[in-house]
Design a binder for this molecule. Structure first.
Ligand code: IPD
Ligand code: CA
Ligand code: CA
Length: 258
């Protein structure tokens, strides 16, 4: 199945790459920051057509067209273009993210970094790979020497779940904090050992599904901010190399800092 998932991500990626830097229709969704382009929609349509052809009975949960569930034990969770704001502004960091669940458990995850032409792939129990090369999370156990990554939801102005306080706490206590603008790639770079941890609030299932498996299969750990088990519908994500996880939980505990 993983080869099929990679094929679907590649097909969507080709459409996105061809349109990058050209003229395309951009629309606002919930507010000024929340965009969708005609390229997001075209990429999603391509992936859905692929699934319909190859696996006609499988369910689909896709960002732009919603849920098409049925009785199948399989569910494809699709973000056709993760990093739409970057894409719309001509900044080349964005990805296609596709996870496949069987009876609610993610069994395949693929993130395609379109402009770098890098495929991140994981199958449950078989490790994580970038263009076929095995990935390992970092071995750093010193929070102060960590490089972290985060992102902000489109309703950040309302400060959901104390996002600003948590961001400041991290900035003050670690080596560096980055913000790429693609949650799927944030997970990938934790899996690859570049970032020691990634945290964010209010992500969606299609931002999380593939990336969570990629981190876990590279030896990392993904929980909520209390260390509790999460699924793809969780509103808090903390993904780390495992070694700094408990210190990250302490750092993200904003109520103690008031
Ligand atoms: C967004 C990106 C971004 C994250 C947002 C997501 P989209 O996805 O992953 O990094 O901070 O919360 O919604 O809208 O570009 O698919
Ligand atoms: Ca997304
Ligand atoms: Ca998207």
């Amino acid at each position: 199945m993983i080869d099929k998932v990679i094929k679907a991500a590649n097909e969507a990626g080709e459409i996105i790459r061809e349109s990058f830097g050209k003229n395309f229709l951009v629309e606002q969704k919930t507010n000024l920051s929340d965009l969708v382009t005609e390229v997001d929609k075209k990429a999603e349509e391509t992936i859905i057509n692929f699934i319909r052809k190859e696996f006609p009975t499988h369910g689909i949960l896709a960002e732009e067209s919603g849920s098409q569930k049925n009785t199948s034990e399989y569910l494809w969770v699709v973000d056709p273009l993760d990093g739409t704001t970057n894409f719309a502004h001509g900044f080349p960091i964005f990805a296609v993210s596709i996870g496949v669940q069987k009876n609610g458990e993610t069994v395949c995850g693929v993130v395609y970094d379109v402009m770098r032409d890098e495929i991140y792939s994981a199958e449950k129990g078989s490790g994580s790979f970038r263009n076929g090369q095995k990935l390992k999370v970092s071995t750093n156990d010193d929070l102060r020497k960590s490089m972290l990554v985060t992102g902000f939801p489109y309703n950040i102005a309302e400060n959901p779940d104390n996002a600003f306080e948590r961001f400041i706490a991290c900035l003050k206590n670690v080596r560096a904090v980055r913000r790429l603008g693609s949650a799927a790639l944030d997970f990938c770079y934790v899996a690859a050992g570049a970032f020691d941890a990634f945290w964010e609030v209010y992500l969606h299932p299609w931002d999380i599904c593939a990336g969570k498996l990629l981190v876990e299969e590279a030896g990392g750990f993904v929980t909520n901010f209390e260390g509790g088990t999460i699924d793809i519908y969780s509103k808090q994500i903390l993904a780390s190399n495992n070694k700094i996880h408990s210190n990250m939980i302490k750092l993200l505990r904003v109520d103690h800092k008031k």
